[in-house]
Ligand binder design. Structure first.
Ligand code: ZN
Ligand code: ZN
Length: 342
């Protein structure tokens, strides 16, 4: 099969073509596994963190990609949840131990044996992928393959971030950064919490316009004060300035949820300017969101199909994965990016 693989960790400002197209043997399903013939795979900011070594693949070469959609092409021994031809997707959670405290209480995203798709096992930047049938989701009929792919990570983790933010209808929500995940959160909030106002902070004018088009009541640059204080903020940026600025905008008791697997260190010295009365006093909270549990993906796919929430996306051919990644790196974003495989 054709696959775009990462062979070496590198800096994207020194190497704009980190992935290479190679031919790998077609995967064969083991016990409890299925093989999918993929049609699309979403492109996620986490791929940049993998390539640059902030959360490096456990082995190289690695097929990246964790928002894969395709059809069941082969079924291993004792796998019986799906039949050939079923349309399914794979998300960031590739597997977890299934027996620790976290796994037994639905918090498998925190399992110490958590394995990530496209980082710890080959993912979706390829024609086929092999996965345990227990970590696969049926795709609702109402969603096209390319519409469903960004929901598997950007959407599901946005949904988890919303839950952790604890926002209720009528409360004010801030979003710092406005990429694939944030634009899906905005779409979800406008349907589920119609009385809530959403304030978007983004560097680029294009992103701010996009946010207003999708229903944000206000959009400004990072650091610009919003017209009203915020009950919660979800941060999807790789930087620290948005964290410091968001804390200033929170109402007493407000919560900042950081939805980023790793932060870049470029502006981490700003953290030394943390001023307790300004940034944290009055019971303000900071919480990170780590990975996703299967329940997040299942529930969000249902909600998305029901409303429906469809992502804005742009398609690239599999062999153009490097172009998609560089455009993501440089913030040429409007919604999500999806690789078309077959
Ligand atoms: Zn992702
Ligand atoms: Zn576990």
């Amino acid at each position: 099969m054709k696959a775009m693989v990462l062979e070496n960790i590198c800096r994207l400002d020194e190497n704009a073509r980190p992935l290479r197209m190679i031919t790998l043997p077609d995967p064969v399903p083991g016990k409890g596994e299925i093989v999918l013939k993929l049609s699309v795979c979403g492109v996620c900011h986490t791929e940049l963190d993998e390539i640059e070594g902030r959360t490096p693949p456990t082995v190289l070469p690695m097929v990246l990609g964790h928002q894969a959609v395709g059809r069941v092409a082969a079924i291993g021994l004792d796998a019986n949840r799906f039949t050939k031809g079923d349309r399914v997707g794979v998300a960031w959670i590739f597997s977890a131990c299934g027996s620790c405290d976290f796994c037994r209480t639905g918090r498998e995203n925190l399992c110490s044996e958590f394995l990530a798709t496209g980082r710890d096992a080959n993912g979706g930047y390829a024609e086929y992928m092999c996965v345990s049938e227990d970590f696969v989701y049926a795709i609702p009929d109402r969603l096209e393959d390319a519409e469903a792919a960004p929901l598997l990570c950007a959407g599901a983790i946005g949904y988890r971030s919303m839950r952790l933010a604890g926002v209720s209808n009528g409360q004010h929500l801030g979003l710092t950064g406005f990429g694939a995940s944030a634009h899906l959160v905005l779409k979800m909030v406008t349907h589920r919490y119609p009385e809530s106002k959403v304030f978007v902070f983004a560097r680029s004018k294009k992103e701010r316009e996009f946010a207003r088009d999708l229903g944000a009541c206000w959009a400004g640059n990072i650091g610009e004060p919003p017209p009203e204080p915020l009950d919660a903020v979800i941060d999807t940026t790789p930087a620290w300035k948005p964290v410091m600025e968001a804390l200033k905008c929170l109402r007493p008791g407000g919560r900042l949820v950081i939805n980023a697997i790793r932060k870049e260190s470029r502006d981490s010295d700003l953290l030394m300017q943390l001023d307790y009365p300004v940034h944290l006093w009055m019971e303000k909270e900071i919480k990170s969101v780590a990975n996703v549990a299967r329940q997040d993906v299942r529930e969000f796919l249902e909600i998305a199909a029901d409303i429906p929430i469809k992502p804005e996306y742009r398609e690239y051919a599999l062999e153009d994965a490097n172009t998609a990644l560089m455009e993501l790196k440089h913030g040429k974003i409007r919604g999500a990016k999806v690789l078309r495989i077959g």
